[in-house]
Design a protein around this ligand. Structure first.
Ligand code: XIL
Length: 330
């Protein structure tokens, strides 16, 4: 069988092309990974709960192994993620009796964790999603109600960026979020980044997760978002790209992948990459949240057990129409 050309090589002049991986998929999807990608993100292995499940117990095995794989194949590593409201253990915020800990205690944990993790990978992980998903989706509040906010206060973001910068002054530091193309949320994210920058916080980039759907967000909303974020004077990365064949929760629970869906999805990917190319001056990296459709987090989100087909390679690891549509934009 003739092999398809390499995605990462095709876009080498524009931006890196990455994939989220875990200890399993670096083995099961190795052929595709090595051929098509020149950057990786740990799907879970660098999250707080994975790295520091208990106060005095760090576990670096899986994360270390992923960084080794990347280096073996000359791939860059994005660090994901230092501070998030999910996948963070309870002990961070609560004492044995379940009471919330003090600002001082939680802040110490935040700084120690960031210092330990970022120092360990200094020079090997070139950028970090320092804070993930801190902005609220609806309503007037800028920040999401989280235990980081409740215990430390609004400056937890500033403290996180400062700690990361101290631990690795060369690392590029990102704020990362989803629903990033929604006009209201986009405005809030811009407000947050502008505020951080005006306070002299070392923040270098905005990560657009880009968990998109067949019909949303609209391509003009995507373009306006790239434009607005770029105007903040930060670098942009597409950090978790996938295009679900469902429209979030509302769709009928199950579908089959049909030729017509494959083509619709290919057109969405084509339009997205046409834009990424136009913004290549500010976009440094485009990362997919997985490699092939046999292994995607969307099989369990937002509906548990609902099969989805959001990536460029099918369940047998063959390139889909979306792959060729993207290649035409290179
Ligand atoms: C997801 C992983 O893919 C799943 O394996 C895990 O169970 C939950 O988290 N936004 C993020 C990612 O920033 O870290 C999430 O990853 C997907 C949504």
């Amino acid at each position: 069988m003739e092999e398809e050309p390499s995605l990462a090589k095709a876009f080498a002049q524009s931006f890196r092309v990455g994939a989220a991986v875990n200890g399993e998929t670096v083995v099961t999807h190795e052929t595709l990974l090595v051929r098509h990608f020149n950057s990786i993100t740990a799907e879970n292995a660098m999250k707080f709960a994975s790295l520091q499940p208990l106060p005095d117990h760090y576990r670096f095995e899986e994360a270390d192994a992923l960084v080794d794989v990347a280096e073996e194949h000359g791939m860059a590593v994005r660090g994901h993620t230092l501070i998030w409201h999910n996948q963070t253990p309870e002990w961070v915020f609560r004492d044995q009796s379940g009471r919330l800990k003090s600002r001082r205690e939680v802040l110490t944990t935040l700084k120690d964790h960031i210092n330990r993790v970022v120092s360990r990978y200094r020079g090997r992980v070139y950028c970090w999603d320092v804070v993930n998903e801190a902005v609220s989706d609806g309503g007037d509040d800028l920040l999401r109600k989280s235990l980081w906010l409740e215990t430390i206060g609004e400056d937890y973001l500033i403290e996180a960026f400062l700690a990361a910068h101290d631990a690795d002054p060369q690392a590029q530091l990102f704020y990362n979020d989803y629903n990033e193309c929604d006009p209201q949320k986009r405005a809030k994210i811009c407000r947050l980044i502008r505020r951080l920058k005006s306070e002299g916080v070392p923040i270098h980039g905005m990560g657009l997760q880009a968990h998109w759907h067949l019909n949303s967000p609209g391509i003009d909303d995507i373009e306006r978002s790239l434009n607005d974020y770029a105007e903040l004077g930060v670098r942009l990365q597409i950090t978790e790209l996938d295009i679900s064949v469902y429209n979030h929760r509302e769709d009928p629970p199950y579908r089959q992948m049909t030729p017509s869906l494959l083509l619709q999805q290919a057109e969405r990917y084509r339009a997205a990459f046409r834009l990424f190319k136009r913004y290549a001056e500010v976009i440094d990296s485009v990362t997919f949240w997985g490699i092939a459709d046999d292994r995607t987090w969307l099989d369990n989100f937002p509906v548990r057990g609902r099969k989805d087909w959001p990536l460029l390679f099918d369940t047998d690891h063959r390139p889909k129409p979306a792959f060729y549509a993207i290649m035409e934009q290179a």
